[in-house]
Design a binder for this molecule. Sequence first.
Ligand SMILES: C[S@@+](CC[C@H](N)C(=O)[O-])C[C@H]1O[C@@H](n2cnc3c(N)ncnc32)[C@H](O)[C@@H]1O
Length: 317
Amino acid sequence: MRENVLFSSPSYKFTLTPTHICFFSLQTPKLRRSRVRTKAMEVGGLDSKGRKFKNAEEMWREQAGDPSKKCDWYKHGVGYWEGVEASVNGVLGGYAQVNEPDVEGSEAFLNTLLSERFPNSDHLAALDCGSGIGRVTKNLLIRYFNEVDLLEPVSHFLDAARENLGHTSSDKHKATNFFCMPLQEFTPDARRYDVIWVQWCIGHLTDDDFVSFFNRAKAGLKPGGFFVLKENIARTGFVLDNEDRSITRSDSYFRELFQKCGLHIYQSKDQKGLPEELFAVKMYALTTDSPKRVHGTRSKVIFYEWEMPKHSKIHKL
Ligand SMILES: C[S@@+](CC[C@H](N)C(=O)[O-])C[C@H]1O[C@@H](n2cnc3c(N)ncnc32)[C@H](O)[C@@H]1O
């Protein structure tokens, strides 16, 4: 029987047969009229073994609900990446072909933002968070920023980044600092960065650490500075990856967290051209000041109820 891919990450693919459509939309005229809003974090989620969670709170309580569980959560997250080869293929979970469309999409997004926010700046600095082997810095950031700092908890990735960037750096465009530490422990120097780039790593942070990281990092932005968050997006609720201890959040889940951080979406854009079996990917430009206008499409409030069929299959790619 033909299978529909419901979710997939570089490590997992969730497939359902056509008869097992598992989202039940509650967008009936009656509910729309009564404007019942479900908070994104109250929506149920799944893990990569097919287990259902009633809501994010239940999942977080179980995964990181006390100091020892939280310590395990982060230890397993970094431990997973310590076993991965320091290459583009490695950091992209076996999807090296994603590199090109990813960089093109990011460049188009960044170009507009820089010309709007910093039309006349002659010295720009960026921080590449969860930088891995320096793929984003090497292919994009180093061409636009005079200084780029990299932050990465896995030492063999950071060593590879140092080596990869040695060849690309010049007097005017260089990788300056290499911080070997995780985001949840990092506090940037005050007003150092024009852009803080956070790509494909924030899923490793618990909600609490997500909020406290962005709150600390805000002080690291120069006036007019902004964050770019580029991430996988779940259709609804969240998907927990039991193997690398990360979660994929929905767009509305992210929006709730941004609100908790006191951040505003200045622009957002969907990444195009990725293999269709992968999660959707979105870029958000986030500012501390309220935007005069918001670009991109507003996401709809989703009224989904989770129903996971018993016979659905989950298998590794
Ligand atoms: C999918 S890779 C992406 C790397 C890079 N951002 C890129 O796009 O090429 C995920 C990265 O997140 C890093 N990571 C894992 N846990 C982290 C944490 N707590 N804080 C910061 N980075 C983390 C991993 O070591 C790995 O380099």
